[in-house]
Design a protein around this ligand. Structure first.
Ligand SMILES: *[C@@H]1O[C@H](CO)[C@@H](O)[C@H](O)[C@H]1NC(C)=O
Ligand SMILES: *[C@@H]1O[C@H](CO)[C@@H](O)[C@H](O)[C@H]1NC(C)=O
Ligand SMILES: *[C@@H]1O[C@H](CO)[C@@H](O)[C@H](O)[C@H]1NC(C)=O
Length: 126
């Protein structure tokens, strides 16, 4: 899964950023849109690191309407490991971790590949 962020942020301490990025199934630009990655982050490290909280909001297939909550520290430009701290819908009781690897880093485009390992109670709305 990929998140595309068109911003080129030079972040200084105390900066707050919000994101609402495409979540695609594969690395190809034409790959199926399966949701959005919505969240916020703040530069809390004097080294430029961020604290981030993100919801993957799924809009396709059996996970349509479900969300996954990812929280944790971000250092831009390198692989980011973050805990999965919960979810809604099909992802209730979710726990696990996500590994995001940058695959495209340019002035106009930032693409991360996400590998998300999640344990959850799979259920329908009730
Ligand atoms: C995406 O689709 C367009 C139009 O069909 C095509 O021109 C483009 O090469 C495709 N991109 C990739 C990365 O396959
Ligand atoms: C996803 O769920 C919404 C709300 O129930 C619905 O309107 C939409 O058509 C669904 N999308 C897909 C691709 O099934
Ligand atoms: C972001 O913009 C700055 C200034 O324009 C540039 O030097 C830098 O290379 C850009 N970063 C990326 C990742 O493209």
């Amino acid at each position: 899964m990929i998140v595309i962020n068109p911003n080129n942020n030079s972040l200084t301490f105390g900066t707050i950023v919000v994101v609402d990025d495409m979540l695609l199934e594969g690395l190809d630009d034409n790959s199926t849109l399966i949701g959005r990655s919505q969240g916020l982050g703040a530069t809390v490290g004097r080294d430029g690191s961020l604290e981030s909280m993100i919801n993957f909001v799924f809009t396709e297939g059996k996970y349509n309407g479900s969300t996954l909550a990812i929280y944790g520290r971000v250092v831009l430009g390198v692989t980011i490991e973050r805990p999965v701290i919960g979810g809604t819908g099909m992802f209730r009781m979710a726990t696990g971790y996500s590994v995001a690897t940058p695959v495209v880093v340019s002035a106009s485009k930032l693409v991360y590949e996400f590998d998300v390992y999640v344990w959850h109670k799979e259920m329908k709305d009730n």
